[in-house]
Design a protein around this ligand. Structure first.
Ligand SMILES: NC(=O)N[C@@H](CC(=O)O)C(=O)O
Ligand SMILES: [Zn+2]
Length: 421
């Protein structure tokens, strides 16, 4: 069976051009010659991109399936145009041994998109005893992360980096020194003061990155910083890169789009970790991406129940959903306004992750590649509506916003995993 995606346009050979993508046996057969196929979908001049890649999501299964499941989380990803996602290990049980990890990989196969599974760095993600890295690499770990928690013990981090350097595996760091967070629930600053809640200082992130950059340099490990959020962190990473340290980092859509001045009342839809920082920090994130200090965009999709998020800033858990809104929000805010070239956004949301994490079996809209493809409607406005989410989580600060660039179609290995009704 062949499928032709007709009358689209996409970025090819350095420019945007009309595309007619022919897919056969799950692979891209040609990009602009075909006129017929067994099945034809007329894209009506929508944008075709390589399937987006999100290296930072929380799928919650097993352990927290009231918040999300592999099925709902991966369907949400497909709805956002993502065809490959990196799933974090803050699950219950934590997949911290080969048997549990293999079980997790099996569970992940029920997903609508390709799921790369992170292994934890320490047993039970407690930051104390390291997992057996070699065993988990062999079981299929794509990278290691204790995401959700920082690793406060420098010796644990140093030994981890030594071993992962040896195994050629990335260490993905949720950089946060728990001794410095001051039990904060939003960014430290005027907004926290006004609302009368404790604030998280920038140094809780940046100090740990500083230490870890030193350790990364000493070990040569690929050190990847998850959801970077402070201007000081970005400046340190900029200097580290200039000095040849093997560091990469990601930024979330919300740290590019929002800052703590957007929090006008006690509303936990604005509570996540790291918190929305100051406007200066937000602008540093945008500048860091544009000058190459920040390598890619990842959503940190972190679903929680409606009930949990109604608890208010002090009591509710950290995190917001992101899979289903990321591309449209960023397209609308930064591309439609002329701030970013469209091809950069596509690179930051797909190609960069494939390159940096050396992802295999992930298509990039090249002839012979697996047909992992996304199609976006740049012409018509839509309103972000939690009722349309396929995620179990509705915890988004962006509900009600008008955007362009909603997903029309998502294919994984040539199979339709999302199609707009
Ligand atoms: N990013 C978040 O705000 N929450 C994440 C964990 C985490 O990274 O803290 C979650 O799993 O809910
Ligand atoms: Zn995190």
């Amino acid at each position: 069976m062949s499928l032709l995606l007709k009358n689209g346009f996409g970025y090819l050979a350095g420019k945007f051009q009309d595309l007619n993508v022919l897919i056969e046996n799950g692979r891209v057969e040609s990009l602009n010659q075909a006129t017929t196929a067994d099945n034809i979908i007329d894209l009506q001049h929508a944008l075709i991109t390589p399937g987006l890649i999100d290296v930072h999501v929380h799928l919650r299964e097993p352990g927290f399936t009231n918040k999300e499941t592999i099925k709902t989380g991966s369907s949400a990803a497909a709805h956002g145009g993502f065809t490959t996602i990196g799933a974090m290990a803050n699950l219950n049980p934590v997949p911290d041994n080969a048997q549990q990890f293999s079980q997790q990989i099996k569970l992940n196969q029920s997903g609508a998109v390709k799921i790369k599974q992170y292994a934890p760095v320490t047993k039970q993600r407690q930051g104390q005893a390291c997992v057996n890295f070699g065993e988990l690499k062999n079981a299929g770990a794509f990278a290691f992360s204790d995401d959700g928690s920082g690793i406060d013990n420098a010796r644990v981090m140093f030994e981890t980096m030594q071993q992962l350097a040896h195994l050629h595996m990335p260490l993905c760091d949720h950089a946060q020194d728990m001794n410095l967070t001051n039990a904060g629930v939003i960014n430290a600053g005027p907004t926290a003061q006004k609302l009368g809640v404790p604030g998280v200082n920038n140094v809780s992130e940046t100090a740990q990155i500083a230490r870890n950059l030193v350790l990364a340099q000493a070990t040569g490990v690929h050190y990847h910083v998850c959801h970077v959020s402070t201007k000081e962190s970005i400046e340190l990473i900029r200097i580290a890169k200039a000095n040849g340290i093997n560091v990469t980092c990601e930024v979330t859509p919300h740290h590019l789009l929002l800052d703590d001045t957007d929090i006008v009342e006690d509303n936990a839809q604005f509570k996540m970790n790291p918190p929305l920082r100051s406007q200066e920090d937000r602008l540093a994130c945008v500048a860091g991406l544009m000058d190459g200090t920040i390598d890619l965009i990842a959503t940190d999709h972190a679903p929680h129940t409606d009930r949990e998020k109604q608890l208010g800033l002090l009591e509710s858990p950290n995190g917001i959903v992101g899979s289903e809104t990321a591309f449209a929000l960023l397209y609308t805010k930064f591309v439609k306004t002329g701030i970013w070239p469209l091809e950069n956004l596509i690179e930051w949301m797909s190609g960069a992750a494939k390159r940096i994490f050396k992802l295999t079996n992930v298509g990039q809209l090249k002839i012979g590649d697996p047909a992992d493809v996304a199609v976006f409607d740049l012409e018509h406005a839509a309103t972000i509506d939690a009722g349309q989410f396929l995620s179990k989580g509705h915890n988004s600060p962006f509900i009600g916003q008008q955007v362009y660039g909603m997903t029309v179609l998502t294919l994984v290995n040539g199979q339709v995993v999302y199609r707009r009704k």
